[in-house]
Design a protein around this ligand. Sequence first.
Ligand code: AMP
Length: 376
Amino acid sequence: MQKNKIILPPKTIGIIGGGQLGRMMAIAAKYMGYQVAVLDPTPNCPTAQVADKQITAAFDDLEAIRQLTALSDVVTYEFENVDLEAATYIEETGKLPQGGFALEITQNREKEKRIMREVGLPIPDFYIVKNGSECEKVLNEITYPAVIKTCSGGYDGKGQIKLTGEADATEAMAFADKHQHCIIEKWVSFDKEISVVFTRSQSGEVEFFPIAENEHKEHILYKTTVPATISNTVKHKAIDATIKLAEKMNIVGTFAIEMFVDGEAIFINEMAPRPHNSGHYTIEACNISQFTQHIRAICGLPLTNVELLQPAAMINVLGADMERALAYMSNSNDGYIHLYGKDAVKEKRKMGHITFIAETNERVDKLVRDYEGEKA
Ligand code: AMP
């Protein structure tokens, strides 16, 4: 087992990707006294607004990656689509404690599913297709509903189509011809979606955040509620699956695994090698946030034992919700609002989130309903 390589403030943490996740990592790092450098092509991106330095360049610009690595003592990332050549370069300098393997797996749904299967985890039945005619063959054999997804590059429901019956086959075949490397999954019926957000240190210790229950609208996370209302059996299955994947992939840092729950059964959906939207509630509801714990892990500090301080709900603020969120902010002293400093407001763009915490779940629900009823 690897030993923790300790990096102390005021050393520099380099972050690849300057969106909201990088921003919240940077804020956590700044609180602790670190310096932060970010690589992102957009000048004054959300992370740059709170960082010490920005390198404004494309993510696959290897010269920019070299610059970031040279001025950082440790490098991390806010998204899984980091250029693998860049990741290998940083890993070879000894400055990427998370390694490149978790990126390679999570960039590709086929590799992700195969590793889940290898460790014996329950997943929806799946078929890999490389073009329209392979897609047609699979659709002739399976029963609907199903879903076709691109193997790489999709997020927030982009890059997938739900297939409810034979009428959708033509569209699915065109999709497979266009994207080439696709996965067709059986649609599992589920009672709820949950996520396990956890952090693993370089020496292999793991700290779990409370399991979160997630509600999506149009494939985009709408609400996370904690604690999730799941049985102990489901909880143990979810934790057990997580430990198996974390060890198999030698994960370092904060990581999230999304799952479907059907009765007492779970199916693993996908994973993210970074802090996750469904872990934002930890900022106010736990004694340590997913971001601070991530910084501790990559800097080789001992992980903090996680405690939930109060039940919580987190609601995403998309562009379409901005007016409501600002009206709520002006009128209410409940709710912790986070806005990410994005330049342009777009209807489905994640602009911020609000976390509600209270002594009871009922009170949290009431606070959420009050917010939802807020007139813009
Ligand atoms: P994903 O991008 O794979 O996380 O899919 C986005 C959302 O689509 C998930 O959060 C689910 O709500 C739904 N979904 C995706 N795949 C399946 C599946 N095989 N069965 C049921 N629902 C799914």
